[in-house]
Design a protein around this ligand. Structure first.
Ligand code: GAR
Length: 202
């Protein structure tokens, strides 16, 4: 299966995915990395790994849908079967969701449905929760809303800062995202309404 990874930032999750593909843990090919930020470190990681990249600037498109149509065109050219959002800080248009329904996954740094949005770690820390952690989920039309694939709960320590909590959450993201991608690629995820069942046996 060909997969595409969409990123806007440092791309530590992209790196974990690249490493998992290279080690054979994820039986798929990263056919394309798309970024909406030309300076994203994620692009450097992709180039270093010899992965094809595409940079799209939202300023060059009139509407969100126009932007997404260009992404779709490139994904189709690469015959992409799974779209992986890894710190891609844009909401996908309904058109994009329709085109790749149940084939788009995202990682969020909080235990959904808590602390949706762009500051999942800071918001959880400031709220004072004792447990938080990353969520991998299918993407639907609403923000951070689709059926949940994997989550990992972590204890919040009294002396945690945003930086220390981010480090631990990222550490877990780099494990559960490759795991979720592997399960998808191997056809082991079954969506039933809001629930995602994992077929563990052969
Ligand atoms: C990750 O922590 C991911 O959970 C978060 O962006 C970070 C990207 O880091 N995504 C969201 O907050 C989405 N709402 P990375 O570029 O180093 O992979």
């Amino acid at each position: 299966m060909n997969i595409a990874v969409l990123c806007s930032g440092s791309g530590t999750n992209l790196q974990a995915i690249i490493d998992s593909v290279n080690s054979g843990y994820i039986p798929a090919k990263i056919a394309l990395v798309v970024s909406d930020k030309k300076n994203a470190l994620a692009l450097e990681r992709a180039k270093k790994a010899g992965v094809r990249t595409l940079i799209l600037d939202k300023k060059d498109f009139k509407t969100r849908e126009d932007f997404d149509r260009e992404v779709i065109k490139n994904l189709k050219e690469q015959n992409v079967g799974l779209v992986v959002l890894a710190g891609f800080m844009r909401l996908m248009s309904p058109h994009f969701i329709k085109e790749y329904r149940n084939k788009i996954i995202n990682i969020h740094p909080a235990l959904l449905p808590s602390f949706k949005g762009t500051n999942g770690i800071k918001d959880a820390l400031e709220y004072g929760v004792k447990v938080t952690g990353p969520t991998v989920h299918f993407v639907d039309e609403k923000l951070d809303n689709g059926p949940i694939i994997l989550q990992k709960a972590l204890e919040v320590r009294d002396d945690d800062t945003e930086e220390s909590l981010l480090e631990r959450v990222h550490g877990e993201e780099h494990k559960i995202y490759p795991e979720a991608i592997r399960l998808f690629v191997e056809g082991k995820l079954k969506i039933e309404g809001r629930r995602v069942k994992i077929i563990r046996k052969e």
